[in-house]
Design a protein around this ligand. Structure first.
Ligand code: NDP
Ligand code: X2W
Length: 345
């Protein structure tokens, strides 16, 4: 059994971790933390889990965690984990951090888009947790920086083509839409029901911190920094994310060749589904699951390749991928505990 602690268990990503881990056959949750709800049960805060997950919520206590956990999932806002992770590693725990603190191997790049890094010595060691691409490194890692939701959704269709050196990296356009749970459970005017329920808007246009995350991973694979236009949007739905990327190829390729490339890349990867010709991703196909659905179209008019991908931001975009990484770290079947189907409606 893997003894697991979830730090920030009452946020959306943390609670999703607890929900999925509760039916993982190789996991025992030994500590769930929360400041606001310490002393209550998880099922008091989330009543659907009454009689299923009646575990206590506790304040963060590093000594207790080190004594009781083999793996720690950090589901806290950015800039907190970097203060806590060094001590957890020194205590012998392995860590999967869902925040951005350990996603950049170069702390200077992190500091350009976030703030001063307080554990820069660990950035080089941390492995980027895009499970389908960095499996080997993840399997031996002490520290995994779990990817952001937009980067997961955008990189999965792009990277196999980048690896083949087919993509003209001088300009890639990534247009993406996220459900509101991407902003977390904290109350704010920006995510207030009346503010979003009947709207649809772009935000942080060309200025979102996920652009450098996407660019740095592509650069690591292609040895060339791509120029990316990235525009995120907020859609009035709770969970789910859909990305449409537009790019030119360096040389003429047929749609069949591109499809074959993606199919080959993911033939042994159970969570990435290349949809049959003519079918396009839908948030409802991936809701609550760890799937990333991908479709493509090579526009004959313009020669532009259009890649469409969808994930559940809280599962493949956060907690599901974190658990997939745990499975890889412990050499378990990647799908263990994650064999979840979406509801029909
Ligand atoms: N939501 C999403 O779709 C995704 C989220 N992530 C990442 O996962 C992490 C958690 O996100 P999410 O669950 O959405 O966030 P939430 O705001 O929903 O949850 C944050 C959690 O952290 C706890 N916490 C502890 N200290 C603090 C603090 N100082 N300030 C605020 N909260 C604190 C909160 O509980 P308490 O206040 O009781 O301590 C709560 O459990 C973030 O780093 C986020 O970037 C990554 C991919 C997707
Ligand atoms: C809708 C919404 O607000 N989404 C978040 C992305 C959440 C996420 O996955 O990213 P991080 O883990 O990097 O926070 C945002 O745009 O900042």
């Amino acid at each position: 059994m893997i003894r697991v602690a979830v730090i920030g268990a009452t946020g959306y990503a943390g609670a999703e971790l607890v929900r999925i881990l509760s039916s993982h056959p190789q996991v025992r949750m030994t500590m769930l933390t929360s400041r606001q709800y310490a002393g209550q049960l998880f099922s008091d805060v989330f009543p659907p889990f009454y009689k299923r997950i009646d575990l206590p919520l506790e304040n963060y206590d590093v000594k207790k965690i080190v004594a009781e956990a083999d793996l720690v999932f950090m589901a806290l806002p950015h800039q907190l984990p970097m203060n806590m992770v060094p001590e957890l590693l020194e205590g012998g725990c392995r860590v999967v951090d869902l925040s951005a603190d350990f996603r950049f191997s170069d702390p200077v790049e992190y500091e350009t888009f976030y703030e001063t890094h307080r554990a820069p010595e660990l950035c080089g060691e941390s492995v980027y947790g895009l499970s389908e691409f960095f499996k080997e490194d993840i399997s031996g890692a002490r520290l995994v920086g779990n990817p952001g939701c937009y980067p997961t959704c955008i990189l999965l269709p792009l990277l196999p083509l980048v690896q083949k050196q087919w993509v003209d990296l001088s300009h890639v356009v990534c247009d993406a839409k996220s459900g509101v749970s991407g902003a977390g459970r904290g109350v704010s005017l920006a995510t207030h029901y009346c503010e979003i329920a009947q709207g649809f808007k772009a935000y942080k246009v060309g200025a979102h911190r996920h652009r450098p995350e996407i660019a740095s991973i592509i650069e690591g694979v292609a040895e060339q920094r791509p120029a990316i236009t990235f525009v995120p949007h907020l859609v009035p739905t709770i969970r789910g994310m859909l990305a449409t990327s537009y790019l030119k190829l360096k040389e003429n390729r047929t749609e069949a060749e591109i499809r074959e490339c993606l199919q080959q890349a993911y033939k042994d990867r159970p969570f990435v589904r290349i949809l049959p010709e003519g079918r396009f991703p839908d948030l409802s196909f991936v809701r609550g699951t760890n799937y990333c659905d991908i479709a493509l179209r090579l526009d004959p008019e313009t020669g532009v390749l259009i890649l469409v991908s969808a994930i559940d931001n809280l599962v493949k975009g956060a907690s599901g991928q974190a658990i997939q990484n745990m499975n890889i770290m412990w050499k378990l079947d990647e799908t263990m505990g994650l064999d979840i189907l979406p509801p029909v409606i």
